[in-house]
Structures are given as C-alpha cells and as structure tokens.
Design a protein around this ligand. Structure first.
Ligand code: ATP
Length: 366
C-alpha cells in the first residue's frame, strides 16, 4: 500500500509561502499530476514528499507512516528529474545498477532487476553505452530505468519530458502511462503543461500561488472547473471569457453582453437567480461555439453575430478568431464553414456548456 497524504502542509522560504496549507490524499496506484504555472509550488510539494525540502508545518504520510523526519533514502520512493542527472562516466547498465550497489544488493539480483527494467523500457541494446552516446529520449528512459530498478512504492516525476522535442514528448507521454499500468505503482508527476496533465493523470491537482485550487479527474476539471483560474488554465486552446450582465426574471434569465443576449437554460437558473442585476464573467470553450450552418442536434442554443478576424484551417476543424462588440474570442468550427476573414457570420453557442463565474470571488456559479 502506498497512499500518500499531505496534511495541512505549508512550506515557507523566509517570507515566501511556496506551499500553503496543502491537504491532499493520493490513493494507492493512482497517477496524480500536479499542474500549474511556474512558481505555483508544485515542485516544492514533490520535493517535500521526496524529503529534499524540510516541511515548515503539517505532516506528510507515505502509507500510515509520517515521513517528515525520515531520510529520503528510507522513504521507499524514486524520483525522476527534468535533468536526467545520469553519471556521464558510467555505462547505462552501471547508471541503472548504481543505487542498488549502494544498497549492497547481491550482484545477480542487481543484474536481474537491471535487465528486467531495460526490457520494460526497450533499452536492452543500450546497456553498454555511455550517456553521451544516447539521444535525449533514450537518456530519459535510462533515468526512468534507474528509478524502476529500485522497485519503489511511489514514483515521483518532475517535468521528465521537458527536454524532449514535441514529437518525442507525445510518444514518451504514452509510454509513461503504459509504464504506470504495468508497474501498478503510485505515480506523482509534476508539469506546467496542462495537456500532459489531462492525458496522463487519473487525477489532477491544479495549483496556483502555493494554493491547491481543485483536484479531480481530468474530465471533471474540464467540464466543471471550480473557479476562473482552473477554467482558463485547463484546456487548449483556452476557454473564452466575456463580461456580461445577468438580466431578466427568475423564469427568464439572460446573459447580456455587447452584441448578444443569451437565454440561460432552465436547469441553470437556480444558481443564477441571485445574480440578476449583477455583472459576472461568462466562459465558453471554443468547441462550444459553432458556425450557425453546422450546429450539433439537441443542444440549447444562443445565436449572435461575429466578425471574422483570422481563420486557421486545422484539417478536421477550423479555428475562427472572432470579434463581437468588445470581445475577441476563438471558435473551433466545422471544417465545411464558409466563413472568411472580414465576413460577418452567425455564431451559435451551446448554452448547456456555458460557465459563469462570480466577479469578486472568481468562483464558479452553478
Ligand atoms: P516551476 O515550474 O517554475 O519549477 P513550481 O510550481 O515548481 O515552478 P516551486 O519551485 O515549487 O514552483 O516554487 C514555489 C515558490 O517558492 C516560488 O515562488 C519560488 O520562487 C519559491 N522558492 C522555491 N525554492 C526556493 C528557495 N530555495 N528559496 C526561496 N524561494 C524558493
């Protein structure tokens, strides 16, 4: 059992609060991703778990054991860093065997583990080579191999793909996901890249300014962000935001903006009632804005005009950069669209997927 628990964990560097009162339970065998912009505290959280940073307040558990004062080597974890930190003078085999030798493991057991890990990662052929004779992707696998041979209870990975080019990153992403399934071990992964988080995590913990903003499955984070930050951070291209006024009566609420009046579906009116007469932020994902000629069936729709500023043909869809009143925003529409730059077009919003956020608290209104 390798659950990991952060209980009221705070890390301060002098006056800087790097992590503020973090509470998080990570289940056995989970693939949890910490994601957030630079400086949000994700690396510090991981390093506290690894024992590389002291914990200012709170407790960190691995299983049932509080590990605050346990030395890193006794925590039964293995960490893979962004810089692979391979020993340049050692062969791949020796790099992978190194930590086991330090533990005075028997030679034949070391050999068995190194070869098994090498086979898992398809680097058997590379074992005699030195790191400088490897590509970036191969080095990355050796770094993973070095962690695997230790058969730890928990794997910690800190931006392990950031030194790889775009194509290799996508490929290695899938390999790490597969590795997690094969090993059946708890993985905790840090990245600033929301796509990596969405594609790899069984759950994602979104952080900003030392605070955990939301932790949930990728789909729930995407569909039901708790606040404006999570809504804007998760999803690429990002959600469009519009300042709107909520008007009308309890049975007939509309979101009024410059150039549109969108009727709010009945299911949403309960949460919106207290906001009648107030300004809120409305969020619509680009894929929920359609060319009026190609609207999916069975959705509540709101229609308005837009001027086309830029078009980008993506093959399976077209990105339309649009302007309505004071708003600039993006729609991902059907590739059969006839919209051209400079045209005024009819745009349809899927009102079942519209988000609203309180202006003052930035919390989602549901
Ligand atoms: P990045 O993606 O840039 O690595 P991060 O989300 O991992 O960012 P952390 O490295 O955890 O962020 O840093 C969180 C905050 O703590 C930042 O404001 C950072 O400047 C600060 N910080 C980190 N390490 C130290 C240190 N050794 N001394 C002082 N402040 C630090």
């Amino acid at each position: 059992m390798a659950t990991v628990t952060f209980e009221n964990v705070t890390k301060k560097y002098g006056n800087v609060v790097a992590v503020s009162n973090l509470n998080l339970e990570i289940a056995d065998k989970e693939f949890l991703v910490f994601v957030g912009p630079s400086g949000c505290g994700k690396t510090t959280s991981l390093r506290m778990l690894a024992g590389l940073e002291e914990i200012t307040e709170g407790k960190v558990y691995i299983g049932d054991r509080v590990v605050n004062d346990v030395a890193p080597k006794d925590r039964d974890i293995a960490m893979v860093f962004q810089s692979y930190a391979l020993y340049p003078h050692m062969s791949v085999y020796d790099n992978m065997a190194f930590s086991l030798k330090l533990r005075k493991m028997k030679k034949d057991e070391i050999d068995k583990r190194v070869k098994k890990a090498a086979a898992t990662l398809s680097i058997d052929q590379l074992l005699p080579r030195k790191p400088k004779q490897l590509s970036g992707g191969q080095r990355q696998r050796v770094a993973l191999g070095r962690a695997i041979v230790r058969e730890p209870k928990v794997f910690l990975l800190d931006e392990p793909l950031s030194n790889l080019d775009a194509k290799l990153r996508v490929q290695t992403r899938a390999e790490i996901t597969k590795l997690h399934q094969q090993l059946g071990t708890t993985f905790i992964y840090v990245t600033h890249d929301q796509t990596e988080a969405m594609t790899m995590g069984t759950r994602i913990a979104v952080m900003k300014d030392g605070l955990l903003h939301q932790v949930d499955t990728p789909q729930t984070l995407y569909d039901k962000p708790n606040n404006l930050f999570v809504a804007g951070f998760m999803g690429s291209p990002s959600m469009n935001f519009f300042d709107v006024s909520i008007k009308g009566t309890a049975d007939n609420i509309v979101a009024a903006g410059e150039g549109f009046q969108l009727p709010i579906p009945a299911e949403r009116t309960v949460g919106m009632k207290p906001y009648i007469g107030k300004d809120v932020t409305m969020g619509i994902r680009p894929e929920d804005l359609h060319d009026a000629a190609f609207v999916p069936p069975n959705i509540h729709v709101g229609k308005f005009e837009a001027k086309v500023d830029v078009t980008e043909l993506m093959g399976n869809e077209v990105f339309l950069y649009l302007i309505t009143g004071k708003y600039s925003y993006l729609a991902r529409v059907d590739p059969r669209t006839q919209a051209r730059v400079g045209n005024t077009v009819q745009i349809v919003a899927n009102l079942d997927s519209v988000h609203f956020f309180d202006k003052a608290t930035e919390q989602a209104i549901r």
